[in-house]
Design a protein around this ligand. Sequence first.
Ligand SMILES: [Zn+2]
Length: 62
Amino acid sequence: MAKRQSFADKSSKKVYTMTCPVCSEEKQFVKFVKAVKTDAGAWKFRSANVGVCKCNQEEIYA
Ligand SMILES: [Zn+2]
């Protein structure tokens, strides 16, 4: 039972991080969805995984 629980803990932890070379804080990757207007006038949603740290968190969460 204890083993099963630790396996569940591991598999639910899908968040990966990296360290920013600029502010040396850990970047957290979040799925960032942006609405983009195409030339035809239609809205499209583009999503990307963006690393967020002190350098750009204000832009992302604004
Ligand atoms: Zn940074």
